[in-house]
Design a protein around this ligand. Structure first.
Ligand code: HEC
Ligand code: HEC
Ligand code: HEC
Ligand code: HEC
Ligand code: HEC
Length: 265
């Protein structure tokens, strides 16, 4: 009995580890789980969210990929007759889609990108939606947002033409230079080696259509600034210009993991 008492905490620990690996590898839902427990499920937060698979999130959030846009708005505007300015690039195709489906499900999205739920979702505070309301508030969370806008900025910033010595925005510069690859076949060729992009597919698609590159670098800009991209060395790379002196030379670590894992397989 004495002996069991001594080892009981260890047994508990093993069960805990066991149940956590069960989470990591498979189901996170149980029949006894009520709404609040599901809402506060640790999978929503660090550290568990970093390991979460899309399947685990979708076990509870199937609607994220199932929901489709209305056929018409309440005011009667038909979805298939509506076209926004950012939906006019050559790459835009198909009917109107929800935000999540545009990034995860459409043929074009699947061709060039490989985003996961946790590429964008890194946790938020469901109680107050604010990080700084109390001493125990989590300062690493983004204020009243579910997603850090810097993630969006990577693909929805302005075209940084001044950094390229170009005379003006792409629609003006395009006439003289035709395609991005006129220069980028040899300049900053180490690009897109991250776990949410399909680097080779991007290059292949861009050879046929420059709107592929422009699409993520100014063609659908929601912001007035461009993203300060890391500046990787490339074969025959030149020293960093002044505007790039403080830039990182590698992508953020969380975007590198499975890429490196996949490479060593
Ligand atoms: C066990 C079920 C369950 C799992 C697994 C789960 N969620 Fe949730 N999640 C919920 C519930 C319940 C809510 C509250 C929904 C509501 O109030 O509409 C919620 C809310 C959210 C919200 C909105 C938060 C807010 O403050 O309004 C986001 C974003 C979210 N989940 C993302 C995710 C992501 C990403 C994953 C995977 C990493 C995930 N969830 C896994 C059940 C789950
Ligand atoms: C491209 C980035 C991105 C990806 C990838 C992404 N989300 Fe979201 N998600 C968002 C944004 C932005 C919102 C809206 C946030 C807000 O309202 O503050 C959102 C909202 C949500 C919500 C809240 C309910 C709603 O519809 O607004 C849930 C739940 C959710 N996402 C789950 C998921 C799941 C599950 C996945 C993976 C299958 C996923 N998301 C992938 C960016 C993303
Ligand atoms: C990895 C690159 C990438 C990231 C990160 C990204 N987007 Fe996108 N986004 C795209 C691409 C590519 C399209 C166009 C897809 C197409 O034309 O089919 C798009 C389209 C959109 C659209 C238009 C949808 C439509 O149906 O017309 C909106 C709105 C949008 N993104 C907002 C966001 C927001 C907000 C975030 C951050 C939460 C975000 N995006 C993150 C690449 C990205
Ligand atoms: C006239 C040649 C030229 C053309 C055409 C050109 N670029 Fe560039 N680009 C450059 C140069 C030069 C740099 C900076 C190189 C360095 O970091 O030393 C650059 C840098 C960039 C950067 C990184 C900017 C930053 O702030 O880190 C992106 C992204 C980029 N180009 C995308 C594009 C896209 C997309 C197109 C086509 C729509 C394009 N470029 C067309 C020459 C060009
Ligand atoms: C689906 C969106 C998307 C498309 C399409 C795309 N880019 Fe990018 N680009 C990104 C993102 C995101 C990054 C930053 C990735 C990282 O953190 O390393 C980036 C980084 C870059 C950089 C910085 C490279 C460095 O030093 O790390 C250059 C230059 C660039 N892109 C040029 C291009 C060109 C040229 C094309 C067309 C061949 C193109 N991009 C197509 C999203 C895109």
């Amino acid at each position: 009995m004495k002996l069991l008492g001594r080892y009981l905490p260890l047994v508990g620990l093993l069960i805990l580890i066991g149940s956590q690996t069960a989470w990591a590898s498979g189901s996170v839902v149980s029949k006894s789980m009520d709404y609040e427990r599901a809402r506060w499920h640790p999978i929503h937060f660090k550290p568990m969210i970093d390991q979460a698979t899309d399947e685990q999130c979708l076990a509870c959030h199937k609607e994220i990929l199932d929901h489709r846009v209305r056929k018409a708005s309440p005011a009667g505007v038909k979805a298939d007759e509506a076209l926004a300015w950012y939906e006019t690039l050559n790459t835009y195709a198909g009917e109107q889609e929800t935000f999540h489906r545009r990034h995860l499900m459409t043929p074009y999205a699947k061709k060039i990108m490989d985003m996961k739920c946790n590429t964008c979702h890194q946790g938020n505070d469901p109680r107050e939606e604010t990080a700084n309301s109390s001493a125990t508030g989590r300062s690493d969370l983004i204020q009243r947002k579910h997603v850090d806008p810097n993630v969006c900025l990577m693909c929805h910033g302005q075209f940084p033409y001044k950094h390229m010595g170009l005379p003006g925005p792409w629609p003006e510069s395009e006439k003289a230079f035709h395609t991005c690859l006129t220069c980028h076949a040899t300049i900053r060729t180490h690009r897109h080696q991250v776990n949410f992009l399909k680097a080779d597919a991007i290059e292949a698609a861009a050879k046929k259509d420059s709107d592929v590159c422009y699409g993520c670098h100014g063609g659908r800009a929601w912001y007035r600034i461009s993203y300060p991209y890391p500046r990787h060395d490339w074969p025959n790379s030149t020293p960093a210009p002044d505007w790039a002196k403080d830039r990182p030379t590698e992508s953020p670590a969380r975007f590198l993991k499975p890429v490196k894992a996949a490479a060593s397989k």
